[in-house]
Design a protein around this ligand. Structure first.
Ligand SMILES: Nc1nc2c(ncn2[C@@H]2O[C@H](COP(=O)(O)OP(=O)(O)OP(=O)(O)O)[C@@H](O)[C@H]2O)c(=O)[nH]1
Ligand SMILES: [Mg+2]
Length: 465
């Protein structure tokens, strides 16, 4: 059960040789054509003229010649990685040339003419998975690393690529297997009067199994926002300083600020990152009775943005009376992740001493968009709200829904097993739940994943990865 990687190592040996341009589309200083498979070396050698033969782990200088005239088309560097010490565990050759789409396409055509097949999206990584070099969480991490838009995302992906999540799961799986083995033995030998495991012990063991799983499940709260980011709508009455706070958060004068109420009419959006968490900020038109058609459309958009956002920042002017509209807005976001900025705090203390306690579950931050006071606190409050209380610097995160589902399923199965034990259900039945939990964990790392799920995962990669 524990050795359940799909097939023996190098199960991918029989696969055909694939080729792709591994660098992004467009022109660049360097472009790389990558080949993987048993014929990679032979095909590469037919493609380029090398000063010395390919040798594993070494880069070789050479030329790509024009097939028609024999003239030099480009200078290249070819690097050979012999199986199994390569990305895919197969023979891999990477040919680096100048990043001209024409040259790269030409190399690709010649490689396919020589018998290579164009790689499907994610197929190089899929081969790494099929050979057992990467498990599924690591393969997903390759994609996350490439797609990362903040350094924190890249760090978490790198940890996962290093097997951090799998390492957390491994001892849990071992404990579960040990428990299953223990119960199986009891069931098999029941007639021989061998003591079966006492219920309390089974429950204790299941609790030990659940604790790390529960932590992982919780880490998804943060993993999810780190991966997908969040949308935050800045709303409030006209002239309270929404655009000014927006500009502070994006750290440049992106939105127009004037002393005239009703300045912002359209949605202004900008992506920022707070401690590596990507957040899309939306500045909106101030909420009031519109004075013309454009403003009225803008206000409709404000309300839509407020409804669609993951987080809402309600800005109020700390120097004036609380307007009924503001009370209404705060009520509207009462049960949603929201926070309140009492702005213009540089103009003196809040004369109205609004009682926020009990009004909102959200946080209240005193800010000044003019002096910058409270902006750092505002950032932290946004992050705190975004994370929903999840630990911010968690390692080995569960970063996607597929992983989260597998962990949750394992937990559910374990809880069901506990219930069964408590009601003195025969161990044969308890075992069914435990096996289900084990399969959920196997699914997480890809040990027993059906082909179609694999396809789904790898097809979200780009070609050449
Ligand atoms: N003293 C002080 N003035 C501020 C502060 N924040 C904004 N203001 C001023 O208030 C006025 C309105 O600011 P905006 O940022 O345009 O306000 P807004 O909420 O976006 O307004 P609309 O787009 O009309 O809805 C400008 O004159 C700003 O300079 C603050 O913290 N302190
Ligand atoms: Mg504005």
């Amino acid at each position: 059960m524990s050795e359940s990687f799909p097939g023996p190592a190098h199960a991918s040996d029989h696969l055909d040789t694939i080729v792709a341009i591994s660098t992004p589309p467009g022109r660049g200083g360097i472009g790389v054509v990558r080949l993987s498979g048993s014929r990679a070396r032979e095909i590469a050698e037919g493609l380029v003229k090398l000063a010395r033969p390919l040798e594993s782990g070494r880069a070789r200088f050479g030329y790509m010649l024009d097939a028609e005239s024999g003239a030099t088309l480009d200078e290249i560097v070819a690097t050979f990685f012999a199986a199994p010490r390569s990305y895919t565990s197969q023979d891999v050759v990477e040919i680096a040339m100048h990043g001209s789409p024409v040259l790269l396409e030409h190399a690709l055509e010649r490689a396919t003419a020589a018998g290579a097949r164009l790689a499907e999206p994610g197929e190089f990584t899929e081969r790494a998975f099929l050979s057992g070099r990467l498990d599924l969480t690591q393969a997903e991490a390759v994609r996350d690393l490439i797609d990362a838009s903040t350094l924190q995302q890249a760090r978490v992906a790198a940890q996962q690529l290093g097997g951090a999540l799998s390492r957390r799961i491994a001892p849990v799986k071992e404990q579960l297997i040990a428990l299953i083995a223990g119960l199986e033995a009891g069931v098999d030998f029941a007639e021989d009067d061998i003591d079966t495991m006492p219920g309390e012990e089974i429950i204790l063991r299941l609790q030990n199994i659940e604790a790390p799983l529960w932590e992982l499940e919780r880490s998804f709260d943060y993993g999810k926002i780190l991966h997908g980011g969040l949308r935050l709508a800045i709303v409030g009455r006209p002239n309270v300083g929404k655009s000014s706070l927006f500009n502070r958060l994006v750290e440049r004068n992106r939105a127009i600020v004037t002393a005239t109420p009703g300045t912002t009419r359209d949605l202004v959006t900008e992506r920022i990152s707070i401690e590596g968490v990507p957040i899309e900020l939306m500045d909106t038109a101030g909420l009031r009775e519109a004075t013309d058609e454009a403003e009225s459309i803008g206000i409709v958009k404000s309300r839509e943005a407020m409804a669609e956002a993951d987080l809402v920042l309600v800005v109020i002017d700390g120097t004036s009376e609380l307007h009924p509209e503001e009370a209404e807005t705060m009520d509207a976001v009462e049960n949603r992740p929201s926070l309140i900025a009492v702005n213009k705090c540089d103009l003196g203390s809040d004369p109205r001493s609004i009682d926020f306690t009990g009004r909102s579950s959200g946080l209240v931050v005193r800010t000044s968009a003019v002096t910058g006071e409270g902006i750092q606190e505002l950032r932290s409050a946004i992050l705190q709200l975004a994370a929903g209380g999840a630990p911010i610097h968690e390692t080995a995160l569960v970063t996607n829904l597929r992983q989260k589902q597998a962990v949750s399923d394992a937990l559910t199965a374990s809880r069901r097993a506990k219930e069964a034990v408590k009601t003195a259900t025969p161990h044969e039945m308890v075992l069914l739940d435990l096996y289900e939990g084990l399969h959920a964990l196997d699914r997480l790392t890809g040990a027993t994943t059906a082909e179609d799920i694999l396809r789904l995962i790898f097809s979200s990669f780009c070609i050449g990865k």
